[in-house]
Design a protein around this ligand. Sequence first.
Ligand SMILES: O=P(O)(O)OC[C@H](O)CO
Length: 418
Amino acid sequence: KTQITWWHAMSGELGKKLEEIVANYNKSQDAYEVVPTYKGNYTETMTAAIAAFRAKQQPDIVQVFEVGTGTMMAAKGAVYPVYKLMADTGTEFDPKGFLSAVVGYYTDTDGNMLSMPFNSSTPIVYYNKSVFKKAGLDPETPPKTWQDVEAYSKKIMESGAAKCGFTSGWISWVQLENFSAWHNQPIGTLENGFGGIDPKLTVNGPVQVKHWSNLKKWQDEGVFQYGGPVGGDDAPPKFYAQECAMYMNSSAARAAVMNNAKDFEVGFGMLPYYSDVDGAPQNSIIGGATLWVLQGHDEDEYKGVADFFHYLSSPEVQADWHQFSGYLPITQAAYDLGQQQGYYEKNPGSDVAIKQMTLNPPTENSKGLRFGNYVQIRTIIDEEFEALLSGKKDAQGALDAVVERGNKLIGDFAAANQ
Ligand SMILES: O=P(O)(O)OC[C@H](O)CO
């Protein structure tokens, strides 16, 4: 059998499910064996793949998170574009079958899809219905606005129903990038980087500054508890232990939430917005990851990769993965299948993510972002957020620093890739 190596970043419930999908594929045919390897979180997996490529030890497939897209697109000699792979191997492939928000993110300016969508998400609100009830709030009504989040949190804390109002995973992704799209505010010039290689960040606008300054105030009042840098590993336990009543994170946190929220009922809601910001709520943007194929392998392996991708994007496999994980149904057929199966009716709240992402046709500010070196910029965002929380900087100072430090990295990237 020809072996296909796949480096991925899925741990916990998601990692187990990924292995099950691979095992089913391996059983379904005799020619190829896909060998999945967990390489750590998204940043670690991407870094490992780049190092391996330099050492000529690269896997066939690597899972790269959405913010690595700008960097991967520029790595022309290292990447075997998916549209080309599918054409070269004569494998059936219809990019139009994917949801447009997903395709748009991974398509180059000539309209070619460069990586294979697999696990696209968007952030939503999870809330503890049992705590809401104890606090005298309606458990069927999630907060709509940030004003609601504040008022509900105070009621929850004052009634003693929970110690904290809310926590959040992925500060950069949820409280800055998606926050901006949801309020129709630009993250950067040149259509958030989609329109050219040398954009400038603009995350220090008044709406973002107001929000970060509220987050600092809410932290000081105990309304908000920080979940830590990168994905925010400290956030989920605060929600599971019923310390914080609301939790903002990826729609794909669903699998872990369902597994860990044993003693209380969970509700799902869209992200909150400031009702005094014109154009909000707009639509949220995707996160998660896609699969990139790396150069340097033989034709047989690539045939296997294409065959595996075909399997992965079939409606049955996609619908199963989506329904288990909370990742979006990335093809229309997988969504239609879920509807036929009655999945969304039987699982109230399971369609919040897709509704929120498609709430309005995307604007230049809400189709995503594409900046070189953005993985490093994410680290800067975390650092500056921590400087804000510790009182070293105010919100304007922290976000100005993100812009200044981030623009330097984008400029370096543009100079190296022009
Ligand atoms: O937790 P995920 O897989 O939905 O990814 C969240 C962010 O998009 C990562 O950049």
